[in-house]
Design a protein around this ligand. Sequence first.
Ligand code: GZL
Length: 307
Amino acid sequence: GLTACGGDSGGGNDDGKITMGFAQVGAESGWRTANTKSVQEAAKAAGIDLKFSDAQQKQENQIKAIRSYIAQKVDVIAFSPVIESGWDQVLKEAKDADIPVILTDRAVDSKDTSLYKSFIGSDFILEGKKAGEWLVDDSKTAKGPVNVIQLEGTTGSAPANDRTSGFADAIKADPKIKIVASQDGDFTRAKGKEVMEALLKAHPEANVLFAQNDDMGLGAMEAIEAAGKKPGVDMKIVTIDAVKDGMTALANGQFNYIVECSPLLGPQLMDLAKQVVDGKEIPKRVLTKETTFTQEQAKTALPSRKY
Ligand code: GZL
């Protein structure tokens, strides 16, 4: 903002409050709802004036929102890129407008890393790896083949790309584990159910589902039951996120394992934003703390889950 004498006081608009423009992916999953809540509550707690937009999972809407934040001369922009590519132009416009950008949750594949100040989010490759390692361990006692249906997240998104590669790497440890089908379920329950219905028809031999988020797993569970198979027993289910509905399915024995992906990035984001607006150097990469859950651990953790 500008001080009386016209010099720029650095961060914050005239009443000294920092204004943040946040361009959210959408409202596609329980994870996203919890992530939005975390960002909005943390902004309030930090005294940051938040401008918020929901892009309905469309990149062009996120780009439009970022351009509007640039036009409004916000102090800092943060967003979760719905897909990895196609951001260089708009990020350059933010840089030319001298507005720092912080990536949250998902990453971009821009070669020029000066286009953003930091990326705060999970290690999605590790998440996929943890899911695969659980399946390798669980398959040690399997008599017959282990035929996996994989429901991928939104095509082109960092979590889909990285969870797919992390999982594929981990299951190489046991050649009897095979991915018999893999398809995009767009991280939603509806799409997860629809795709699973088709894949179950094409692959009656499948006995494991790896869903790259709880919501697709929950949608797929309806298709599994409709096909006369018992989720968690005839069809083992491993997912990623650990949102309340997923943890409930896990505690009920319908899911078998969940790799946590924490959406509670709000407080760390606001902390980073204040530092960057004050001109401080911030770490280029901030990793989210997260764990994994078995059915027993879910029963214990469920009552105190924040999301
Ligand atoms: C992961 C996040 C993913 C979640 C999904 O950090 O981008 O998007 O795993 C959400 O539930 O839709």
